[in-house]
Design a protein around this ligand. Structure first.
Ligand code: KIV
Length: 430
C-alpha cells in the first residue's frame, strides 16, 4: 500500500536546487551507493545498485548519490541507469512490480567528481538523464591535504574550485554541490573564502565534510554556524553535512550540524562507508523524528516504515552485516532479555522503547520483543508459556521456573522448543 501523506506541516517542499521553502525541512542525501560502496569489500554490481536505488526512492530520500562515474565505465553505467529509471517520474518499475511498489517520488540523482573536467564530464554524462540531475564536485582544503596530497597552494585550490564549479554549470547542470574535503580540519577564514567564491561560480549546495571524523559535536555545530554567519552569499545556497564516524560521532555531529543550520544531511544506510563509516540514515532520521522539539521542529521526508527493509537489502547487496546491537536496525535493537526490562515491557512498552517497531517497519517474533535467556524473570517466562497455550498453577510454575533457570544458565537463548521440552518432562499438559 502507498504510505499515507505526511501530516500537515510535514510535506516535502517543492524541490528547488538552492532553496528550501520550509525552513524546518531537512533534505536527506543518501550516499550508500557512493561513499557506502567505498567500504572495503562492499562493491555492488550495476544491477544491485539499481535495486538499492529503487528502494532508496521508496524510502523517500531527497538525493541519491549514485556513484563516482569517473571511477570506472561500470560505475558510469550504473549511475546512468539509476538516473534514467529512478530519476524520472514516469519510469515504470520492473515487470511484475505492482503499483504499490512503484517509485513514489522523484529524487535528485547525483554523481561525484573531483575538481577536473574529465570527472565532471563523466558525472554529467551519467546524471543528465535524470529529471533532477546534480554534480557533486570536491577538492581538499585542509593544509595537510593541500600541501601533501594535492601539492597546491590555497590560491591554486580556490582557482580550481571556482573554475570547475563554473564548468559544471556551463554543461547545463543547474544543481551543483561543492565540498571542501577535510573541512573539519580546514582553516576557517580559508573556508569562508573558498565557499563564497564557489557560490559566485554557481554552487547551489555547500557540503561540509568532516572527512576523517575528527570533530566533536559542539565543534562541528559551531563550524556550521560560523560558515552560515561568515560566508558571503551563503543565503543563496543550502548548507550540508557529511560526517565520517572515526570517533563514533558521525550521527551526533550530523545532528549538531542540523541544529546549527544545515538543511541537507549526507548519510548512508546502516552507516556504511570509508573506514568506520558515515552517519547512518536510520539513526539521524529517527533521532530527528523522536526528538523533534529539541531540534527546533526539524523534519525529513523519509517514510521510516521502509527502514528495516532497506537496511536488510543493503546488508544483502553490500555483504556488510550490521552488528546485533546497531541502533535502530540491529537484531537486538528491539529485543529485551533481562527480567526487569521484560517485566516493564509487559506492563507498558514505553518503559524500555522510545520508538515503536512499527515506525521502522519491523515485525518482531513476539509483540513485546522478549527474548528468553538466563536473565529473564518469572513474568516473562510465564507470559511466554501462556502465549504458547500452557496455563499452569503457581506451585507447578515455581518448580518449572527453577528448572528453566538451570537450562537457561547453559544456553544463550531459550527457545519455544526448549520450553516445551521442559514441560513435557513433567506432568504439565496444554
Ligand atoms: O568524506 C569526504 O570528504 C567525502 C567528500 C567527497 C564529500 O566523501
Amino acid at each position: 500500500q502507498q504510505p499515507p501523506p505526511p501530516p500537515r506541516g510535514q510535506r516535502r517542499p517543492e524541490y528547488v536546487p538552492n532553496r528550501i521553502d520550509d525552513p524546518n525541512y531537512v533534505r536527506i542525501f543518501d550516499t550508500t551507493l557512493r561513499d557506502g560502496e567505498q567500504s572495503p569489500g562492499a562493491t555492488m554490481t550495476s544491477a544491485q545498485k539499481l535495486v538499492v536505488a529503487r528502494q532508496l526512492a521508496r524510502l523517500g530520500v531527497d538525493i541519491i548519490e549514485a556513484g563516482f562515474p569517473a571511477s570506472s565505465p561500470d560505475d558510469l553505467d550504473a549511475v546512468r541507469s539509476i538516473a534514467i529509471e529512478v530519476g524520472n517520474p514516469a519510469a515504470p518499475g520492473p515487470a511484475g512490480e505492482d503499483a504499490a511498489d512503484a517509485v513514489p517520488h522523484v529524487p535528485v540523482i547525483c554523481g561525484l567528481s573531483r575538481c577536473n573536467r574529465k570527472d565532471i564530464d563523466a558525472a554529467w554524462e551519467a546524471v543528465r538523464h535524470a529529471r533532477r540531475p546534480r554534480i557533486h564536485t570536491f577538492i581538499a582544503t585542509s593544509d595537510i591535504h593541500m600541501q601533501h596530497k594535492l601539492r597546491k597552494t590555497p590560491e591554486q585550490v580556490v582557482a580550481i574550485a571556482r573554475e570547475m564549479v563554473a564548468y559544471a554549470r556551463s554543461l547545463g547542470c543547474t544543481d551543483v554541490e561543492f565540498s571542501p574535503e577535510d573541512a573539519g580540519r580546514s582553516n576557517r577564514e580559508f573556508l569562508y573564502h573558498i565557499l563564497g567564491e564557489v557560490i559566485k561560480s554557481g554552487a547551489t549546495t555547500l557540503n561540509i565534510p568532516d572527512t576523517v571524523g575528527y570533530n566533536l559535536p559542539y565543534e562541528f555545530g559551531k563550524l556550521i554556524a560560523d560558515i552560515k554567519a561568515n560566508t558571503p552569499g551563503i543565503e543563496n545556497a543550502i548548507i550540508s553535512t557529511h560526517c565520517q564516524n572515526d570517533l563514533g560521532l558521525a550521527t551526533a555531529n550530523t545532528l549538531a550540524g542540523a541544529r546549527a543550520g544545515a538543511r541537507q544531511l549526507e548519510v548512508t544506510i546502516n552507516g556504511i562507508g570509508e573506514r568506520a563509516g558515515n552517519a547512518s540514515l536510520e539513526e539521524v532520521v529517527m533521532a530527528i523524528k523522536c526528538r523533534r522539539e529539541l531540534l527546533n521542529g526539524l523534519y525529513t521526508g523519509i517514510d521510516s516504515r521502509h527502514i528495516t527493509l532497506t537496511s536488510k537489502m543493503v546488508q544483502e547487496h553490500s555483504g556488510l552485516i550490521v552488528q546485533p546491537h546497531k541502533a535502530i536496525v540491529g537484531a537486538n535493537a528491539f529485543a529485551h532479555e533481562s527480567g526487569i526490562h521484560q517485566d516493564g515491557m509487559l506492563k507498558n512498552k514505553g518503559t524500555y522503547e522510545i520508538i515503536s517497531p512499527d515506525d521502522i517497519g519491523l515485525t518482531r517474533a513476539n509483540e513485546f520483543g522478549i527474548v528468553l535467556g538466563k536473565l529473564s524473570g518469572r513474568h516473562a517466562v510465564r507470559s511466554k508459556l501462556v502465549e504458547l497455550g500452557y496455563e499452569i498453577g503457581d506451585k507447578e510454575f515455581e518448580d518449572f521456573f527453577k528448572r528453566y533457570k538451570e537450562v537457561a544458565e547453559k544456553k544463550k537463548r531459550v527457545t519455544d522448543e526448549d520450553l516445551e521440552a521442559l514441560l513435557s518432562d513433567e506432568i504439565f499438559q496444554p
